[in-house]
Ligand binder design. Structure first.
Ligand SMILES: [Zn+2]
Length: 416
């Protein structure tokens, strides 16, 4: 049927399939499936088989087969998934950061003209070409760090036309770039200062005008809302999410970063994930563990703001599905390096290699409702990354400073 050749790639010193692991709860490194001297066979961007490289070469020897020989020690594992970013913005907020270092609070800075609104102003003023260039650049940096699928939120325009413009830009770069960008509509980031009316009226405006337009243009199937102090309240958020659900959107909540209530809302609304969780308490942890909602920790925001991490150890021990996102954004999480942040959270929260790697592969894919990637097995998308070395534990041991040297995206190989 297909004219594309079958490709056998390897041998890899170690292959971590991330297969046969539970979606929820704590994990031991001994649960990881590790193949030595392994190979991957793929065609048309999909994995056909993994196994011993030698055996695969025998099994798949035919005229339509190409062998891609690795000439150095590599550890291979699924491409990373970043389930939470805000990559589509213009401008910079280094002055906000400096003010925080001087002791000013995030909300004080926002009140005095910095914060999200500052980025909204700069993003609104940027041209399409500039926003595309910036998003493309950030997508390339993600890819270089081993991220093959990256969620991207709108939320820095906060007007009907502006948010649609951002989602269209995300769509364009997704089509042009090797990385898969998963768009999420975050028009409910904060109430824009130039909206006449309160936050409930703004959400009603979005419900009436925005949700049908996003649906009609198929710009995103995910709706996110920032539920916290300085953003939106529980009751108004619930109303908005209920409407979004009727339209068939997947729901996501920024919750429990500064104040509680977001988890209860996420569980009641059947959200795909609740992201942040820095202030989650024992009761909410138990509630989340009993639900199908993914807990997304965002250590980059804790590092950027100098505040506590989400209690990842407790979340896993209680039986939650834990994913980790970079939250890369110009305000609270400017670093934008998922692996470094994962390793830092891992060392403070005592997370095993298996737990950290699961949180940025198949568990992160689950947060995005994607079940076709982030595990190396037959039928899955051929997205995988190779790190130099002989032992997979080196990856997190170097706390994110060891970078992948080869990346395969839907089978397209890129040397770095
Ligand atoms: Zn965020």
């Amino acid at each position: 049927m297909s004219t594309q050749p079958i490709i056998i790639t390897g041998p890899f010193r170690q292959l971590l399939s991330m297969d046969n692991l539970p979606l929820k709860g704590s994990l031991k490194d001994s649960q990881l499936e590790i193949l030595e001297e392994a190979g991957i066979v793929y065609q048309n961007g999909k994995i056909l088989e993994i196994g011993l490289f030698k055996d695969l070469c025998t099994k798949f020897s035919s005229a339509n087969t190409e062998v891609q020989l690795m000439d150095s020690d590599l550890i291979v594992l699924p491409g990373f998934i970043d389930p939470h970013t805000h990559l589509c913005w213009a401008g910079s907020r280094e002055n906000d950061y400096a003010l925080r270092l001087e002791g000013k609070s995030y909300s004080d800075i926002a009140k005095s003209g910095g914060g999200i609104w500052d980025t909204v102003t700069k993003t609104r003023n940027a041209t399409d070409a500039e926003l595309k260039r910036l998003l493309d650049l950030r997508a390339s940096r993600q890819l270089a760090n081993g991220i093959t699928t990256c969620e991207v939120k709108s939320g820095y325009a906060l007007s009907l036309e502006g948010e649609i413009r951002l989602l269209e830009i995300i769509r364009t770069i997704n089509e042009e770039h090797l990385v898969d960008l998963i768009p999420t509509c975050l028009a409910a980031h904060i109430k824009p200062k130039d909206f006449e009316g309160g936050s409930s009226a703004y959400l009603e405006f979005l419900t009436k005008n925005f949700l049908p337009e996003i649906k009609r243009k198929s710009l995103s199937n995910r709706i996110d809302i920032f539920v916290d102090e300085g953003a939106f309240g529980i009751q108004e958020a619930e109303k908005y999410l209920a409407e979004a659900k009727i339209y068939g959107f997947d729901l996501v909540i920024h919750g429990e970063q500064f104040t509680s209530g977001g988890v209860d809302l996420a569980v009641r609304m059947g959200a795909k994930s609740v992201d942040h969780l820095e202030v989650i308490d024992a009761k909410a942890i138990a509630q989340l563990a009993a639900s199908g909602v993914v807990a997304v920790a965002l250590p980059g925001a804790s590092i950027g703001l100098g505040c506590q991490f989400a209690p990842a150890r407790k979340l896993l021990d209680a039986g939650c599905c834990l994913a980790i996102g970079s939250d890369w954004n110009p305000g609270s999480a400017p670093m934008g390096d998922l692996l470094i942040q994962t390793a830092i959270l891992g060392t403070f929260e005592k997370l095993t290699n298996a737990e950290q790697l699961s949180a940025i592969t198949f568990r992160a894919a689950h947060a995005l409702n994607l079940n076709d990637r982030a595990i190396l097995k037959r039928g899955y998308i051929a997205d995988f990354i190779g790190f130099p070395g002989r032992n997979y534990k080196e990856i997190l041991y170097q706390q994110g400073m060891l970078k992948p040297t080869r990346i395969w995206k839907r089978g397209v190989q890129k040397k770095l």
